[in-house]
Write a protein that binds this ligand. Structure first.
Ligand SMILES: Nc1nc2c(ncn2[C@@H]2O[C@H](COP(=O)(O)OP(=O)(O)OP(=O)(O)O)[C@@H](O)[C@H]2O)c(=O)[nH]1
Length: 383
């Protein structure tokens, strides 16, 4: 009977497991402790070995979930340094603990002070130093290692951040332009975690695009998934806003917002999260242009979209931002039409190249200014 019950329990579990997708993890708290320093040997002036330290190394292709799976628990301790002895006057150093984490992790201490930003492959930081070994200065007593809690906050690194309300067609576009395989459905909130796709070009260059889901009107008041995923756009070089040209209605209980109102609402949500995001270069994609009546709407709204400030008086008060977005370009598209999608691909590439050139020139001016200040009036002339 027990066997039969176990069998039934097992077989009822497996289909569920097949559909189980662990939630996206972008924060992790770890308790870390450096090893204790070994004791010295006063009689011979022997010095104890230093305690091992705990350090983090950024590795491409990792996720925070894999990090947890690789750890026994969320406490990581390095080993102690060896005591000094007659046979070994200088005690051996404790063994370090190396934890590999995804590229893009920011490390904070308990007071939310940033310790390190591991934003490139192989970037390393020590999160818990080992205690020094005992010597004359410490009365030959080894010191304890650093003991603290650190918070790992993963901010995805992508060239482009795709932002829009549900159902705008973000997943459809990402699937069409990149290697990503997002879920697509005719109802909102199909995408429940950020998706990253790589767009490849014929000259073997590639750019990465992150689809950031869950943003809805009122996200700042924690509606939907709130601003949970907006942190991931902080590091993108270009923001791509996507709206349905016919507007969007979250549910029959919510008002229908036309495409202009949606743009203001996106603008406001970003402003409420962090006004600095509005300074980022951005492109606007007006999607679903294949549907009947789309071109009439476009003719009507385009002048206002090109100068969002001019339409603020007509914008519903609850959606009105203090500062308006200024788009590098406004592109009417149809994410399900492959010709238009190819145009978007090259448009993104052109914009990123232009931004890189601008940045390069700005850096050059800054470097020359710094050199002039250093050289002063007496040095060679810097042109
Ligand atoms: N007619 C038309 N329909 C489109 C177009 N792009 C997307 N759709 C449809 O719009 C619906 C929503 O598309 P998604 O790509 O899932 O939208 P999303 O923005 O990723 O939605 P969430 O996952 O909720 O964030 C789907 O039924 C798509 O087939 C388009 O260019 N034209």
């Amino acid at each position: 009977m027990v066997q039969l019950f176990k069998f039934l329990l097992k077989s009822s579990k497996s289909p569920g497991r097949a559909h189980f997708r662990p939630s996206f993890l972008d924060t992790l708290r770890l308790a870390v402790r450096g090893g204790h320093g070994g004791n010295g040997l006063p009689k011979y002036g022997g010095v104890g070995g230093q305690g091992g330290c705990v350090y983090l190394v950024a590795k491409e292709g990792l996720t925070l979930r894999k990090v947890i799976q690789g750890l026994k628990d969320k406490r990581v301790a390095a080993s102690s340094g060896e005591d000094s002895s007659k046979a070994s006057i200088f005690g051996r150093r404790g063994v370090d603990q190396r934890i590999e984490v995804p590229v893009g992790v920011q490390v904070y201490d308990d007071r939310q002070k940033l310790i390190a930003d591991l934003d490139e492959n192989e970037a390393t930081c020590i999160v818990a130093g080992g205690g020094t070994g005992g010597c004359t200065a410490t009365n030959f007593l080894g010191r304890p290692g650093e003991n603290r809690t650190v918070n790992l906050d993963l901010k995805l690194i992508a060239d482009v951040g795709l932002v829009g309300f549900p159902n705008a067609g973000k997943s459809t576009l990402l699937k069409a332009v990149s290697n990503a395989k997002p879920k697509i459905a005719a109802y909102p909130f199909t995408t429940i975690r950020p998706q990253i796709g790589t767009i490849e070009y014929s000259d073997l260059r590639s750019i990465t695009v992150a689809d950031l889901p869950g943003l809805i009107e009122g996200a700042h008041a924690n509606f939907g998934m709130g601003h949970k995923f907006l942190k991931h756009i902080e590091r993108t070089r270009l923001l791509v806003f996507m709206v349905d040209i016919f507007g969007f209605q979250l549910s029959p209980r919510h008002p229908h917002r036309d495409c202009l109102a949606n743009i203001y609402a996106l603008n406001k949500e970003l402003e409420l999260y962090d006004p600095a995001l509005l300074e980022k270069p951005s492109v606007l994609l007006l999607n679903k242009m294949d549907r009947e009546g789309a071109h009439e709407i476009l003719t009507k709204v385009k002048p206002v979209i090109s100068d969002l400030g001019s339409g603020l008086a007509q914008c519903p008060e609850e959606l009105r931002p203090k500062q308006v977005l200024k788009f590098e370009s406004i592109v009417p598209i149809s994410a399900i039409n492959s010709t238009k999608v190819i145009q978007v691909k090259s448009q993104l590439r052109r914009t990123l190249v232009r931004l890189a050139e601008k940045q390069f020139l700005a850096d050059e001016v800054q470097i020359k200014d710094q050199l002039r200040q250093r050289v002063g009036l007496v040095g060679p002339k810097i042109t």
